[in-house]
Design a protein around this ligand. Sequence first.
Ligand code: AKG
Ligand code: FE2
Length: 224
Amino acid sequence: MILHIKQVIDTGTLSVIQDKLGSASFANGRESAGWAAQGVKDNEQLRAPHPLIELLLKRLQQHEMVQQAARPLQFVNTMINRYQPGQSYGTHMDDALMFARDSGVAISTRTDLSFTLGLTPLADYEGGELVIEDSSGERSWRIDAGDLLLYPSSFLHRVNPVSAGTRTAMVGWIESLLREPQQREICFDLFQSLQYEFNAHGKTSQFDQLSKTYNNLLRRWAKR
Ligand SMILES: O=C(O)CCC(=O)C(=O)O
Ligand SMILES: [Fe+2]
């Protein structure tokens, strides 16, 4: 399940972020790339801990659909990245295990989901598509400011070269309470049905039974 969730960040927060990022100092993106990805990663980045990342992360964590779709246990390695014209991030695989950078203790976190949260309006850059590959081929997304793309970390992916403007985004990884993509999709779908039933007919016996199944599956599968 790959989800494109629109308008995860309100326009007020976005304009504060865009304004403050203007004076932030970015480092070379290769610093945090895995050994094999270093050769294909050409961007700049701002890493945690940083107040702007904290603010955006808080908004993401409070978002109902993000909670339902990802069932996050932990967010790890969240950063803001930036691609200038000509910059790109070639095809790569995200590391399965990452270290929480500022925790002091080296405990690895499993990356079940990757996300990109757009920070630049579509009209302000060209190119810079996030392309995800699977056995059936490729699909690409241009991500608008405030929109989130949430995808399983198990896919090869790349960011095409930016041809004009600057593409800024927050990216990061999530360890989920539901490890398998299929478990997440089943729970997500059930929750949608549950909400639909409640909104259409109220707390019916059909709702109660769906709720029982949904909560018992979550209880069975959720693992920390
Ligand atoms: O900028 C993006 O949308 C994705 C970046 C990425 O794939 C990564 O940092 O591993
Ligand atoms: Fe990646």
